[in-house]
Design a binder for this molecule. Sequence first.
Ligand code: C2E
Ligand code: CA
Ligand code: CA
Length: 932
Amino acid sequence: MAKEMPGPTDTPAAEEAATGTSPPAALFRLGIASRLLLAFLAVTVLAIAANLIAEHGTSIIETTQFRTIVAPQAPVAAPPAAHAAPVRARNAPVVVGAAAFLAALAEADRAIHARVESPGAKTDGELTTALEELTRQTTTYWQPSGAAPGDRRAKPPALLGTLRDDGAAAIRLADKRRERAAAYLAHVGTLDATMKSAIDQSWKIFGRVIARQSLIDLGRGLDALRSESSALAGASPEDGAPLVALAASEARLQATLERTQEGLKRSQGEPWVSSVQARIAALADERSALAASADELQRAAAQLAEHREAIVTLVRWRAAAALEHAAALERAAAARAIPVPAKAAPPPEPEPIVEPPVVRRVISAPPSADEVRIRQWVLWISVAVLLWMFAMSVSTILSVVRPVRRLIEATRRLSAGSTAQVPRGGIKELDVLAAAFNDMAQQLSASRDAARAHQVKLEERVQERTRALKHLAEHDALTQLPNRRRLFARLNEALAAGVISGERVGVYFLDLDNFKNVNDSMGHAFGDRVLQSVAERLQETTAAYGFAARLGGDEFTVVYPGAADTAAVVEAGQAICRAFQQPLKVGERQLNMSVSVGISIYPDHETNADALLRAADAALFRAKALGRNRLSVFSPDLVKAAVSKFSIEQGLRRAIEHDELELVYQPQVSLRSLEPTLVEALLRWRTSGGKVLCPGEFLSVAEDSGLIVEISDWALRTAIEKAATWYYGAWPNVRVAINVSPRQLRDPAFVDRVQELMAQHRLPPTCIELELTEDVLQTGAATIDALRRLRELGVAIALDDFGTGYSSLSSLELLPLTRVKLDRSLIACIDTSTGSRAIASAIIGLCASLGLEVTAEGVERTEQLEVLAANRDIQVQGFLLARPAEPDAVLAELARLPSHLRALLGMVSPAGSAAEAPERAHTGTVVRLVPR
Ligand code: C2E
Ligand code: CA
Ligand code: CA
């Protein structure tokens, strides 16, 4: 039986989950094999039943019971009617003796017959008694004194002997015949038992026995034989009819057996048929013997009767003679009757023989030859159909179950990830399914291979990327030096080793001097290459004892693990500084690049990586403050500076957010007109504590932190806004100078931003002057272009802080300037130093020849003003004239200025000197408070 393999959804729960319906009953889940087999079995049962019914259709027999009542056995011969004899001469002695003798004779005859008919102690006893009585009566009757010798009366004793012998022979032969009959009946019984057992093995349905027709036919023959044989026991020996009837029954039975023996051999087996045959033959033998013994008995009975009749005749003759003799006497005397012997008791009724029950009666007619033929056809067709159906079932099962199993197996293999090709075959639909499955499996395995290959590639790439990412995560992309993360890891390792070894660990914080300028002037790409060269130089220098890392920008770190002492650490730091005294090679160019170094030492200063780096940073701050190319070792007071820098930065961020920045305005005054020509916007930070800080206190921190961009933009915006207020208010000729950081100018959108703000506040560009330092020259050609565009717009450009350390005259030629502001340091000693005075005068002259205006900054003393006043074409700015004023106070300050300046100038020159005095037109109210 094909057992269905459980599929992925074979469990009822899974199926329910998959289909959302409850699972069907178990019967409906039988496999096709089970279903076909069930159908085949049903058809088989039907076919067998049909065949059985067809074959035994007329063989439905009824089991009933009936009794065979055996008729009483007839006597061998009628007993002599002695009583019937007309014996009347009772008084005669002969007659009386004759009567007694005849009675004894009749009794003996009756006893013999009784014994012949039924043997037994009773009949034996009666026979003996009767014979003894006969002997006695014989003696009495046959020895009368009057008998003459040779008289026939003398014979009876011999006849009696013969009679005795005849009786004995009849009894013997009767017993023999009885034995034969019993034997015959026993044979019938045996045959019947044989039949009965065969029929008992047949089927019984609803009280009916269903057996083979052949068996039924035979049973029918046997029934006839049995009923014939039942008459056997009661039949008289001379009655030959029962035996003839038996012979006929036997012949019929034999014929039936011969006809049906083939069928019976198949159903009951050959031994059974042989045994039935043998028993029928034995019956015939037994019947012949029985017939023979009946003949013998008949003969013996006839002889007995003959002898008895002879004796009776003799006795009658004697009695008649005696009667004749007595008649005479009687006629004379009263006649006396001969006593009539008592009538013999009739033989006892034989007991009826009760046959055992279960006799079958066939209630249907025997089939005809045609019917038999049809039944055989039905049988063969049924067998053929069954065989065909069986073959079909098996082939269907195989052609469904095998491919399905192969498909299931292949599906399993496929789902397990291996390749699966199903062999073709089975019914058409399954074959098509197998082909489709193979296609699908092929595509699946192809895509699986592709996916696998792709995955391998992907994994390789992921590994590669992971390595790259790890490197990237731990190294600086530009210089390939360890980054902050890696630095911390390695520094921690070094510190852990230091804890064990007790050795020192040096941490160096490096900053390139003026790298910002390099970046600004040479561009970022060049700056990057410089940083790469610096990294190489650092690696070369430190490889022997430690490693270098880059934290970002131009900040580098070096770690020196396992240093013997503080001196060794400091010596290594100096070596680093020395290494940078050699010019760096960047491409084809040689570049002088110095470094400032801050040093912290474990465990002298700090014990953990973070604190050591902060300490080194603080030391660096100090080194920077000291000037370039310096080395500074950490000391606790450096922490204060570092903390202050940090707090300024944090405060500045807050200041931007909380609007703590302000602008103050310091006027510049023309020495010729004595009127203020413009105001310079200067930044102030009013802290939350109310303290006002000047740019010197926070601007460097703002630059370092990058906050300068935001702050400068705020200043630009606020100054333009304020200028517009003045322009559209009390000061139509307003001019505001705004300080611009190099970073702002590097922004390509800066010009647009200025334009946008001016447009936004509808301020003419001529009201604005931008102040910048010579640093802008290092920011590249783009900056100069931006300045040109601003100039084209009408914005004035002033070069601030000119005349200090590195000022170059070429700046005046390169930049599109409108003004030069002489640095305070130059003005400071202009009255005391002839050199300063000469330089100032030369620059003023040069500027005049270049068409540039000049402003002298930081005029604090009247002496300075006195020197400067020699040239009335310049403007002056300084505390002597006016300190930076808050916006609201500016106009008043401006109004005050001319008279204030006149007073100042009056101190240095006589008031009457018209040539020296400012022009009248410019005296009085310089600022016209004109409403627009
Ligand atoms: P600066 O551009 O040279 O500005 C002039 C500085 O000199 C101002 O200092 C001013 O208060 C000071 N000063 C003016 N007259 C005298 C004087 O007679 N004696 C002395 N000792 N000082 C005088 P302040 O306001 O502290 O500004 C310092 C620097 O900060 C400025 O120098 C300028 O470079 C920068 N700065 C100021 N405001 C801004 C700003 O809004 N943006 C940018 N980028 N920088 C600004
Ligand atoms: Ca300035
Ligand atoms: Ca200045």
